[in-house]
Design a protein around this ligand. Structure first.
Ligand code: NAP
Length: 308
């Protein structure tokens, strides 16, 4: 009876109940009995200090998050133990909806009409066809790929940018650092869905934002570390950017005195774009454990050297 420790910070008992239904032959616990028995599986987002390093018989770390930079940086992950990151239909659906909401709100002038409504002002603004707008999606992975597909299905001209060449149907793919400027050139909307790594930190600076068509929209649901905050404010103030919809920040929660809170062209959500839904995610995590026990290769294993 292999043991699964659920160390998720949010709703561990909810996750445990679903795991017990999926894997009734396993022992599912939310706190470890003091019996020294091996714990081959730990389900965790950000582990409390000592949780992983001290486990005996640890075989697989199952991350409740898609982004694993904090897990890797914790220094808790023992060498040689695979980390499987979260790739599931609930997360994908959440991200597709959230980005659709931001891009369409900006594209159809909702942000500007809210300002007009506040003043009781009736005036039609110019409406542009989606086919006349270029959207660049940074990241073409489990989330960036479906987001790009959704945007293309709405009629936008969509480009993706990834580390290695990726094909997303209906989109033009760019790959590698040297292709970044071309991927962003004249874009109306820039959507960031990159992981936080040494290569993606500070990637979105004033120089990159200036490559876009002036007055455009930045959408960041990847990680806050990709954006140089001061450069974003500067680009909004000098008009090279029109608005920003931000879900992720360098420091979370966003500090109360951060200028983003009060900027009239910045729209903030509290890292809620795509949350891990227990019902969809437990089915995926249980399948990871079944695969491991069948001796099959795991999927969505984090490459620690790459950092994602
Ligand atoms: P993923 O499947 O690993 O995809 C990552 C994409 O980024 C891949 O296309 C990858 O290129 C590309 N990439 C990585 N490093 C790059 C670099 N240096 N240059 C160019 N492209 C690079 O990850 P995912 O599941 O789509 O998730 C992406 C990120 O979304 C997560 O890491 C997390 O930070 C964020 N996220 C946010 C929320 C939220 O609620 N806001 C929720 C979930 C996830 P290759 O295809 O060549 O590998």
């Amino acid at each position: 009876m292999s043991r699964i420790l659920i160390a998720a910070r949010t709703n561990p008992e909810g996750f445990a109940t679903l795991f017990r239904a999926e894997l009734p032959e396993h022992e599912v616990v939310t706190t470890l009995p003091d019996d020294g028995a091996p714990t081959p599986y730990v389900v965790v987002g950000l582990p409390p200090p000592g949780l992983l390093a001290s486990r005996t018989g640890l075989e697989v770390i199952v991350s409740t998050n898609a982004g694993v930079e904090q897990l890797l940086a914790s220094g808790e992950v023992p060498d040689g133990v695979p980390v499987v990151r979260m790739v599931d239909p609930g997360l994908r659906a959440g991200m597709v909806e959230w980005v659709a909401g931001r891009v369409l709100s900006w594209h159809r002038n909702l942000f500007a009409y809210l300002d007009q409504q506040a003043e009781g002002h009736w005036a039609q603004l110019p409406e542009v066809l989606a086919a006349e707008r270029i959207v660049t999606v940074l990241g073409a992975g489990a989330l960036g790929g479906p987001v790009a597909t959704m945007l293309a299905s709405l009629g936008f001209v969509v480009r993706t940018w990834s580390r290695t060449p990726r094909t997303v149907p209906g989109c033009t793919g760019f790959a590698g650092r040297d292709a970044l400027d071309d991927a962003v050139a004249s874009a109306d909307v820039l959507v960031n869905l990159l992981p936080a790594t040494a290569q993606t930190i500070d990637l979105i600076d004033h120089g990159l934002l200036s490559r876009m068509r002036s007055g455009g929209l930045l959408v960041n649901a990847g990680r806050g570390s990709a954006v140089v905050d001061a450069d974003l404010l500067c680009a909004l103030d000098d008009g090279s950017l029109g608005a920003a919809a931000l879900d992720v920040f360098r420091q979370e929660p966003l500090p109360a005195d951060h200028p983003f809170w009060r900027h009239p062209r910045i729209f903030i959500t509290p890292h809620s774009a795509a949350i891990t839904h227990p019902r969809t995610s437990v089915a995926v995590m249980a399948e990871t454990i079944r695969r491991h026990e069948r001796g099959e290769p795991l999927v969505n294993v984090v490459d620690r050297a790459r950092g994602y």
